[in-house]
Design a binder for this molecule. Sequence first.
Ligand SMILES: NC(=O)CC[C@H](N)C(=O)O
Length: 310
Amino acid sequence: MKRKLTANELEGWLDNVRPFARDGKVADYIPVLGRQDPEELAVAIYFMNGEVVHAGQSDTCFTLQSISKVIALALALLDNGEEYVFNRVGMEPSGDPFHSIYRLEQHRPSKPLNPMINAGALVVSHMIHGETPEEKVGRLLSLIHDMTADHSIVYNKEVASSEFETAFLNRALLFYMKQHKVVTGSVEETLDAYTKQCSIEVNVKHLARIGAIFANEGKDLETGRRILPRHLARICKTFMVTCGMYDASGSFAIKVGIPAKSGVSGAVLGSVNGFGGIGVYGPSLDEKGNSVVGLKLLEILSNRYDLSIF
Ligand SMILES: NC(=O)CC[C@H](N)C(=O)O
C-alpha cells in the first residue's frame, strides 16, 4: 500500500466531490427514499490489515437496496448450489436498466439474464430457503450479521412497506415469470421478502467490512472465520464487475475498474482483493441510478491506489 490514508485526507476528498451532488437527484419512486438528504455524504475503507478509515456522516444508516442482491445471491447459492441457481438465472450482463422487463420476452424459457437486475434478484429471493418472507429475510440478516459483526442490523419497516405498496413493476416482473414458471407460489410473498431484503439498514462502515470479506475471499479479516466459500465470494465479485453498476457497468469498469455494487439509496459497495472493502453513501443519483458523488469518490480512490483490476 502507498502512503497511509488519513481520515483528514478522506475528508478532503469528500469536500472535493460534495458539489457534484447537485448534478443528480434522490430516488423518489420509492416514496420514503425521496426524503433522503441529497447532500449527505460518507465513506469508509476497511483495509486488509484490519485498519478502518472513515469520513463524513459515517454513522448515518441507509437501506441496502440493490446492494442486497449480491448478499442474497451468496445465500441462495449456499442454500441451493450453483447448478440449481444458474439453471434459473443467467450470468450475462443485460445493458438495460435494472427494472427492465424487455429481455424476459426475448428468451425461452424466460430466464432473467443475471441476478443483479430486478427480475433476476426476485428469482434469487424466491430461491432463498425459508417458509415465510420473514424467515428468508431473517436468514439473510444472519449472514449480514456475520459479515458486519453487528447483530443489531434490521430492516427498515417504513421503507419496506413504502416499496411494497408501490412496486408495480416488480410485481409485473414476478407475474410474468410466474406465468412462465420461473417462479412459483405467491407473488406477494416473494415481493414481500424482496422489499424487506432491500430495506436492510447499514452504514458505510458495515459496507466496507462486507467488501473486505469479499476481498478476503470469504474470510473474516479479524477472526479468520470463513463466512463464505472462496468460490462463492469470487462469483459475487465477478457479477459486481459485469453487472454491479447497472447499465453503467462498462464505463465504471473503464473509469474505476473495481468490483462494485450500487443501490438506489445512493450507496456503493466496493471490494478489491489485496486492498480491502469500501463503503460509500451519497443519495443523489445519476440517470442510471448510481450515486453521483460515489462514482467520483471511487474514481479518485482508484487513481490514488491504482486499484483497477484490469
Ligand atoms: N437499483 C436498486 O437499488 C433497486 C432496488 C429497489 N428495491 C427496486 O427493486 O426497485
